[in-house]
Design a protein around this ligand. Structure first.
Ligand code: GLA
Length: 355
């Protein structure tokens, strides 16, 4: 990384920081309804090298481009927004944010639903804090990163990705309560072997659909007279007369319950029970929340046919990855899944136990 910085900017960086991508084991589209989710950091990471500079500029190895950006000005509507947005929030929070040159290298695939954006946001904040000798707790870094994505990038995401990246620890799941932003690390026994597989279709540009799903769940909560769907029960949902709203709300309520049951399953070492919950989660995301695609459904089915205990889409959906809970060796399972899904590819460096 320092070699890349030297080549692009003609001098050594002053600091280098990194942050991981994540896989969400269960609990999708619950975070913005103040619910629960269970992410796990990947060993794939985004690295950022930084030094003070006359003006803000960033180089991305993936894009092979150097661009000027301005956290005090308007978004460019490209990848630099994920650097500028968090820095803009750092300014709002009263921190010193001098102009910097940034070089970015990432092994987190972008557009895969594995939080490449959050990894860049968190790594950027860590870099700026280290460079200027300032500190913030990890959970605050996550909050500023999310605020940057909400306010600067215009994506109304919840806190899942940024907390997983900033607070998560390798080899452990993180039970997140998105009402309080409290996280509890949950050690994952070695019998839980996860694999992440990309369906071969990139996550479609779905910010509009994502924001619409978020809005319908907020409207459902308003109609039900509860602060958020976190507070709704199955019985209460029967009040909803709009069929589409009922389905969306039913996903959120049932998914929250599945996350808590999944943590119990991990703690009891019950791999099969965890797998059943993953399968129920996928069906709910596909039928009630309608964020799956034919490719994700086919891959999930195939993962189970080839012996996985459970499989589900992970992240926002609309393309990208599934996560599967394996019952045997990945070297026996993957070639059969691959033969059945020629466009799919195995994400290396997933949760440590998958490889
Ligand atoms: C995206 C968002 C998260 C979360 C997931 C779905 O990754 O950034 O906040 O809503 O989708 O669980």
């Amino acid at each position: 990384m320092s070699g890349t910085f030297l080549r692009v900017f003609g001098r050594a960086p002053a600091t280098e920081m990194s942050a991981p991508g994540r896989v969400n084991l269960i609990g999708d589209h619950t975070d913005y309804a103040e619910g629960f989710c269970l992410p796990m950091p990947l060993t794939l990471e985004t690295h950022v090298a930084m030094a003070l500079a006359p003006e803000f500029c960033a180089y991305s190895e993936e894009m092979d481009a150097t661009l000027a950006f301005d956290p005090f000005g308007a978004p460019r509507r490209d990848w630099t927004d994920y650097i500028a947005g968090p820095l803009a929030e750092l300014v709002k929070a009263g921190f010193d944010v001098p102009p910097v040159a940034v070089a970015v290298r990432s092994t987190v695939p972008s557009g895969a639903g594995l939080s490449s954006s959050a990894a860049l946001e968190v790594a950027t904040l860590r870099g700026m804090l280290a460079l200027t000798g300032q500190t913030l707790p990890d959970s605050e870094i996550a909050r500023l990163a999310r605020a940057g994505e909400n306010n600067y990038c215009g994506v109304q995401c919840g806190i899942l990705d940024q907390m997983a990246s900033a607070v998560g620890r390798p080899g452990q799941a993180l039970l997140l309560d998105c009402r309080t932003d409290a996280g509890r690390l949950v050690p994952v026994p070695s019998a839980f072997r996860f694999a992440i597989v990309h369906c071969g279709e990139p996550r479609r540009l779905a910010d509009g659909v994502y924001n619409a799903r978020r809005e319908v769940t907020a409207n459902a909560a308003r109609l039900l007279g509860v602060p958020s769907l976190r507070d709704a029960s199955d019985a209460l949902l029967s009040v909803l007369t709009d069929g589409e709203m009922l389905k969306r709300a039913r996903h959120v309520v049932s998914e929250n319950a599945r996350v808590l049951a999944a943590v119990e399953a991990i703690e009891a070492g019950d791999v099969r029970a965890f797998g059943v919950l993953m399968n129920e989660s996928h069906v709910s995301l596909a039928r009630d929340f309608e964020v799956s695609t034919p490719a994700l459904d086919r891959l999930t089915r195939s993962a189970l046919d080839m012996g996985a205990f459970g499989a589900r889409l992970t992240g926002a959906g609309f393309g990208g990855c599934i996560v599967a809970l394996l019952s045997g060796k990945i070297s026996d399972w993957w070639p059969r899944v691959a033969a059945d899904n020629p466009a799919a590819w195995l994400v290396q460096g997933g949760p440590e136990r998958s490889v």
